[in-house]
Ligand binder design. Structure first.
Ligand SMILES: Cc1cc2nc3c(=O)[nH]c(=O)nc-3n(C[C@H](O)[C@H](O)[C@H](O)COP(=O)(O)O)c2cc1C
Length: 241
């Protein structure tokens, strides 16, 4: 059906329904239900989307605990590349204990509470993980677990997120991507739809806090741009009510 015919069809349906409402006096709830397409919807957001004029605040979480980590190096290089337009904080997970439901009550261990607060305060989060045995590192999965709780109220709920993996090997950690994306989806995060950001041979791509390979830099900043677009889209949607 063409666009014009579709509009005429929709207008006729609406007129027919309005006529039925007048004749039969449908309840307000029933009318609301039938006219659901025009009703405003609320997003399940746990954080206030930024004003469009704000500099987006991004949190970059490294899934590696080691001091010479390439994952952390990728984040530091991104931070430097994006400094003119984005507030970028790099976080390592060395202080975050293993998730234990017994310790997740009214209070939590300091490192876990701090992780949650940082995720909650960010407009968007980058998860940059190494691949350990074809999956994300345990530290990274553990961070997702903390961010996913309390159930239906976790700091990751509704949060726009971007996933990046890297490896000194030739696969770039691509197998860990699927698992990490799936866990983030389970936590209710909005995983940005973008080609899988996997960096193979990462040892040749970053050095001394900067990218040494322009293609990698462009690929990753393209992903971050998609994340920022998603943040602005949500902000506009929330503003519209
Ligand atoms: C326990 C363990 C498992 C690993 N499994 C994989 C793997 O499945 N795929 C891969 O590409 N590299 C694997 N590696 C190599 C890592 O990619 C490499 O150590 C990398 O530098 C770790 O990331 P980082 O530099 O951010 O610490 C593994 C390393 C460790 C310690």
């Amino acid at each position: 059906m063409g666009a014009v015919r579709r509009k005429i069809h929709a207008a006729r349906q609406l007129a027919r329904f309005q006529g039925a409402v007048q004749q039969k006096g449908l309840s307000r709830a029933a009318r609301r239900h039938k006219l659901g397409a025009t009703r405003k919807r609320r997003l399940p957001l746990m954080w206030r989307p930024p004003d469009m004029t704000d500099r987006p605040k991004l949190l970059g979480i490294s899934g590696s605990l080691r001091s010479g980590s390439y994952s952390t190096a990728v984040l530091e290089a991104l931070k430097a590349a994006l400094a003119p337009t984005i507030d970028f904080t790099v976080l390592t997970l060395n202080d975050v204990p293993l998730y234990n439901e017994d310790e997740d009550g009214a209070t939590q261990p300091e490192g876990a509470a701090s992780l949650r607060a940082k995720i909650a305060a960010a407009d968007g989060v980058l998860f940059v993980s190494p691949e350990y045995n074809y999956g994300p590192s345990g530290a990274m999965k553990n961070a997702v677990d903390w961010g996913s709780r309390p159930y239906a109220k976790g700091s990751l709920l509704g949060k726009p997120v971007l996933v990046v993996t890297s490896s000194p090997g030739s696969t770039g950690g691509i197998r860990a991507q699927g698992q990490l994306r799936e866990s983030l989806s389970a936590a209710g995060a909005r995983v940005v739809a973008y080609p899988h950001l996997a960096i193979p041979n990462v040892a040749d791509k970053v050095k001394d806090g900067a990218f040494t390979d322009e293609k990698t830099s462009k690929f990753l900043t393209g992903g971050v741009n998609a994340l920022v677009k998603e943040i602005h889209l949500l902000a506009a949607h929330a503003k519209a009510g």
